[in-house]
Ligand binder design. Structure first.
Ligand code: CO
Length: 429
């Protein structure tokens, strides 16, 4: 795997819906077949490769093992495709003096607000068009591929204390400017006109799920190009590593390999397409049935399975060493990180950590550990939320990055390569 493949993946996946589309394209190119969950499951043969999507924003891909689920369980890698951003509100256009138009937005997840200022932004998401009847509207994905908006800072001359820290209002300070309109505005407004041009459609636009994204492409930097700079490394880098492992793993595995990419991790996962949904558990039940298994076989499969919940970790930052645990602070480039928390915000326990460390050892990949500084609360992730509907044993892990939830995060090339090696070994064990 070439690291440029990751950069392409990041650039073609500015938001959740487009990340799922990118995944679909790569899976289909590798021979994976789409399953429509509203239809009966197809026959399940060993080596069969399938994928299912939910809401166009979560995706579940699997390659069936030689042994049925009841005997070998699944090897699950899960990650999330959503990232902190700004969602465009309905009736978004606000006209200001001089013809300036800004867009009204709402914050999605927990971005570092200031990092979204003074950089070219653009729009991506999905647009809903009138369909065959009211219950079945048509959806189209939109990816505006040019710089379109910016959230300008206030000049330092108006706030001499700006470098002592600024409190930003999400409603006042963070609204992006999209243009200057001098002609008479059409009734439908600039945003609708833009969407219509992007989609090249005359059909009535009923609604949209649109988000801002950083219009500057991902890149490498450093003396030896050892760092990755991009938006959405959390958690698209782990999604990409999972995909690369699934595509690179053996095609006739003993146990069934599953890649689950959830939406809405950044807002708590409690949606039909999030890790809190019973969708994945139901899918596994249906696979067991399609293999001729009994309801009891499903519970046997759950007991045989192992989950790697992959979400980025915090790399040790040389400017802020006091924020880190004195003995468990992963280094950039030091390999994948096992995340541990006494309150079980991370699913990891000692046997699961040992399993993942052994997988890394077998793959010749170094492994690191992250525990919060005891005076710092820390974050949470997918593993435990998924376990509430699908009680798998498993580990929470991720690659170390800096500036998590910045508009632009920093990761390590070496760690990405390590992670793919470890994931591929995990699928093949
Ligand atoms: Co994350």
């Amino acid at each position: 795997m070439n690291i440029m493949n990751l950069l392409d993946f990041l650039d073609s996946s500015p938001v959740n819906f487009l990340a799922v589309r990118t995944l679909k394209e790569q899976l289909e190119a590798a021979g994976f077949q789409r399953i429509d969950p509203s239809r009966p499951m197809p026959g399940m043969k060993p080596g069969g490769q399938y994928y299912v999507t939910k809401n166009d924003s979560s995706l579940y891909a699997f390659r069936l093992g030689r042994k049925p689920l009841a005997e070998a369980g699944i090897r699950l890698i899960c990650a999330h495709c959503d990232s902190p951003t700004f969602r465009i509100k309905p009736k978004a256009e606000i006209s200001c003096e001089g013809g300036l138009v800004k867009l009204n937005t709402e914050v999605y997840g927990g971005p570092i607000l200031s990092t979204w200022m003074d950089r070219p932004l653009s729009l991506a998401g999905r647009v809903v068009l009138r369909g065959r009847d009211a219950l079945h509207p048509e959806t189209c994905l939109v990816h505006v591929r040019r710089p379109l908006l910016q959230i300008p800072n206030l000049a330092i001359h108006f706030n001499r204390q700006v470098n002592d820290g600024v409190k930003l209002s999400r409603q006042k300070d963070m609204l992006p400017i999209i243009g200057i309109i001098t002609e008479e505005l059409e009734r439908e407004g600039v945003l609708m006109r833009l969407l219509r041009e992007e989609l090249q459609t005359e059909a009535p636009i009923l609604d949209f799920d649109l988000y801002l994204y950083d219009a500057t492409p991902a890149c490498l930097f450093g003396l030896h190009d050892e760092f990755i700079s991009s938006g959405r490394l959390d958690d698209l880098s782990m999604v990409h590593a999972g995909l690369a492992a699934l595509l690179g793993a053996g095609s006739s595995p003993q146990a069934t390999q599953v890649l689950a990419v959830f939406d809405n991790e950044e807002t708590g996962s409690q949606t039909k397409q999030g890790a809190g949904s019973p969708f994945l558990a139901s899918l596994l039940q249906r696979i067991v049935q399609a293999q001729g298994g009994t309801p009891d076989d499903y519970f046997r499969a759950v007991e045989q399975s192992f989950m790697v919940s992959a979400d980025n970790a915090h790399a040790w930052h040389p400017n802020y060493s006091e924020k880190y645990d004195p003995t468990n602070h992963p280094q950039m480039g030091g390999g994948p990180v096992i995340k541990i928390n006494a309150a079980q915000k991370y699913a990891t326990d000692a046997p699961a950590a040992a399993v993942f460390a052994e997988v890394c050892r077998a793959a010749d990949v170094p492994v690191q550990y992250f525990v919060n500084h005891s005076d710092v609360a820390g974050g949470s992730t997918l593993g435990n939320i998924l376990a509430a509907s699908l009680p798998l044993r498993g580990v929470d892990m991720g690659n170390p990055i800096w500036a998590m939830h910045s508009c632009r995060e920093t990761g390590s090339v070496a760690d990405h390569t390590y992670c793919i090696k470890a994931f591929t070994k995990f699928y093949d064990i």
